[in-house]
Design a protein around this ligand. Structure first.
Ligand code: SF4
Length: 134
C-alpha cells in the first residue's frame, strides 16, 4: 500500500488505474475500528494521518464513544464510496490515475488538509512543517 509522505517518490513509474475504480478503503475498518494509533501529539489515528480527534483536547474514552463515522468529513465519504467519493463530494482537483486506493486517498487528503486540519493530522504525516503545538 502507498500512503504517507514518500508516496509520490515510491509510486513513480508504477502501473496506475483510473480513480473511479477506488470505491472502497481496502485495509481499514473505518466503521468499526478495532484499534487506533496514538501519536506523540495526542492525535488518534484511524489510518496514518486520518484522525478521530485529539485526546489531549478530548478524552480518548469520549472520542471512541462519540465516534460517528458517517459524519466524519473524511471517513464518511470513504465509507460511502472509497477515495473516489472524496473526489466526488469535495470536487478536488486530482490526477486521472493512481497506483492504488491508498495513493489516491493520501493525495486527496493532502488536498483537503487546509479544510479539515483537525481530522488530517499531524501535518508532518503529509510532509509539511508542524503548526505550533502539533
Ligand atoms: S490510506 Fe485511505 S484507503 Fe488506504 S487504508 Fe488508509 S483510509 Fe483506507
Amino acid at each position: 500500500m502507498f500512503r504517507g509522505r514518500a508516496v509520490e517518490t515510491l509510486t513513480a513509474g508504477l502501473p496506475r488505474r483510473h480513480w473511479e475504480q477506488f470505491t472502497t478503503c481496502p485495509y481499514e475498518d473505518l466503521r468499526d475500528p478495532e484499534r487506533v494509533h496514538v501519536d506523540a501529539y495526542g492525535h488518534v489515528h484511524l489510518c496514518q494521518g486520518l484522525s478521530m480527534g485529539n485526546m489531549w483536547q478530548t478524552p480518548l474514552s469520549r472520542l471512541v464513544r462519540e465516534y460517528d463515522p458517517d459524519s466524519h468529513p473524511i471517513v464518511g465519504p470513504l465509507l460511502r464510496g472509497g477515495p473516489a467519493s472524496l473526489i466526488r463530494e469535495y470536487h478536488i482537483p486530482h490526477e486521472e490515475e493512481y497506483v492504488d486506493a491508498c495513493h489516491c486517498c493520501y493525495s486527496l487528503r493532502l488536498a483537503l488538509l487546509g479544510r479539515f486540519p483537525q481530522f488530517l493530522a499531524p501535518r508532518q504525516v503529509y510532509g509539511l512543517a508542524a503548526d505550533v503545538g502539533t
